[in-house]
Design a protein around this ligand. Structure first.
Ligand SMILES: Nc1ncnc2c1ncn2[C@@H]1O[C@H](COP(=O)(O)OP(=O)(O)OP(=O)(O)O)[C@@H](O)[C@H]1O
Ligand SMILES: [Mg+2]
Length: 156
């Protein structure tokens, strides 16, 4: 669909965070953001920006690599999930992914491909690629009208 997919290249971690912040400011209860990309692509950096855009007070957001889910209080609750260490659907169901997805607040999922079968049809997917050095390419793909609106605003 027209305008539902955009690509932005950033040249520093800060630029990626700023872009995340812009997205964070647009988010509402129930929004789901799925992040894809190799180790070090910038998924957590982008999430730090989202947190800022949600007015999360905590300055330092780390990858929830060991706890799998980090919850933050902002103008909306933020659930930051990292599925990297999970290897099968049963494990992913065990962390209560569906509850987060159905619940209030914003859910951001790193390594979302691991949960593909559990994800709702409507969501925003962001694909991050390392272009070398400090360059990263972020491709936003909206699935559903709600997310098409968001993507259109990010492009502005
Ligand atoms: N333009 C950029 N955007 C984001 N990060 C960048 C950029 N340029 C360099 N970096 C560096 O790349 C790394 C990105 O790390 P980050 O933890 O955000 O990646 P990740 O995708 O979450 O990785 P993982 O899969 O291990 O969780 C950081 O060290 C950051 O400083
Ligand atoms: Mg990460």
């Amino acid at each position: 669909m027209m305008g539902s997919e955009i690509t932005i290249t950033t040249s520093s971690p800060d630029e990626t965070k700023k872009l995340g912040e812009k997205l964070g400011r647009l988010l509402r209860d129930g929004d789901i953001i799925c992040l894809y990309g190799e180790l070090g692509a910038g998924k957590t950096s982008f999430t730090q920006g989202i947190a800022k855009g949600l007015n999360v007070e905590k300055a330092f957001i780390t990858s929830p690599t060991f706890v799998l889910v980090n919850e933050y209080k902002g103008r909306l609750p933020l659930y930051h999930i990292d599925l990297y260490r999970l290897n099968n659907i049963a494990e992913i169901e065990d962390i209560g992914l569906s509850e987060y997805l159905k619940g209030k607040g914003v859910t951001v999922i790193e390594w979302a491909e691991k949960a593909e079968d559990l994800l709702p049809e409507e969501r925003l997917s962001v694909y991050l690629e390392n272009l070398g050095g400090d360059k990263r390419r972020l491709s936003f793909k909206a699935m559903g009208k709600r997310y098409e609106e968001i993507v259109a605003k990010i492009q502005m």
